[in-house]
Design a protein around this ligand. Structure first.
Ligand code: NAD
Length: 291
């Protein structure tokens, strides 16, 4: 049993904090929305982010973006200064690599960036995957706690490496999803059935997670969002956010990512056309219309 502070109790953070309570930890929670604090039965409501951090062995945040993360830890939230000198601080939000490194350096504590994949279902079922950047020793201390909210925690390297892994992974995901969608649209024009393309590509070199788990047409993979009118799943709006972070990282480092840039442009169009709340595989509809 550990003393844990948890700040940011939204779609992801709420169930993650509740899983820590369920695991028997003493959890102090805070969110700027009081109703979300009230939903964390068994946790101790804190009056501020700094109060949630005070005296805890592990302090976690799950916030929308880099600005909120910087503000909570180093700015008005004052969480880093309020936390114990020997505490391990963990930010699970998806943010840009530069801010992750800035906050880690500015915290003066053992700090990990630990973004997740697995979505709301993964948060609820404690099946998330954590991609972690920071010192090995801090990772070793935090891993058992992370594993109570997920099924895997992978140490990726120094500060910012977790965010780097997330940006790279999701750039691959977006590009393979668009390519998979395009292949199904072409198959339709050629009179090739969805099932036939799936049978071939899933056993051939066209195989990918986008095809075999999130197949963008209904039928071949019964559990994929296409079978429920593209209800997410992984919302296109969140994919657009992640592609923006990848593009920012590419610009900052001078990496050439033309496919990533094209995926960003297509998801920007899809979200602008109202697709932000649908699953990211729903972009097939826009491609079918001849975007
Ligand atoms: P959310 O908007 O539901 O939750 C964020 C919470 O942070 C809100 O409850 C908000 O009130 C709170 N908050 C904002 N500023 C605060 C502050 N200064 N102090 C305290 N609380 C504050 O978002 P979410 O879906 O839970 O996502 C959180 C993070 O996880 C994001 O970075 C997102 O990109 C990432 N993520 C989300 C998913 C997903 O499927 N939702 C999947 C993977 C990663």
């Amino acid at each position: 049993m550990a003393r844990i502070g948890f700040v940011g109790l939204g779609n992801m953070g709420g169930p993650m904090a509740r899983n820590l309570v369920k695991a028997g930890h003493e959890v102090a929670v805070f969110d700027i929305v009081p109703e979300l604090v009230a939903r964390c039965a068994g946790a101790r409501p804190a009056a501020s982010a700094a109060e949630a951090a005070r005296g805890a062995e592990f302090v976690l945040t799950m916030l929308p973006a880099g600005a909120q993360v910087r503000d909570a830890w180093l700015g008005a939230g004052g969480m880093a200064a309020a936390s114990a000198a020997e505490a391990v601080l963990v930010d699970c939000s998806t943010i840009d690599v530069a801010t992750a490194r800035e906050v880690a350096a500015g915290s003066g504590r053992a700090f990990l960036d630990a973004p997740v994949s697995g979505g709301v279902m993964g948060a609820e079922g404690a099946t998330l995957t954590f991609m972690v950047g920071g010192e090995e020793a801090a990772f070793a201390r935090a891993e058992p706690v992370l594993r109570q909210m997920g099924r895997a925690a992978i140490h990726c390297g120094r500060a910012g490496a977790g965010q780097a892994a997330k940006a790279c992974n999701n750039m691959i995901l977006a590009a393979t999803m668009i390519a998979t969608c395009e292949a199904f649209v072409l198959a339709e024009k050629l009179g090739l059935s969805h099932q036939a393309l799936f049978e071939v590509a899933s056993k051939s070199s066209g195989q990918s997670w986008s095809l075999t788990t999130y197949c963008p047409v209904p039928g071949p993979v019964p559990g994929s969002p296409a079978n429920r009118d593209y209800a997410p799943g992984f919302a296109a709006g969140l994919m657009l956010k992640d592609l923006g972070l990848a593009a920012e990282a590419a610009a900052a480092t001078g990496a050439a990512t033309p496919m990533g840039a094209q995926a960003l442009a297509l998801y920007r169009d899809f979200v602008a056309a109202g697709g932000g709340g649908t699953d990211f595989s729903g972009i097939i509809r826009m491609l079918r219309e001849g975007a």
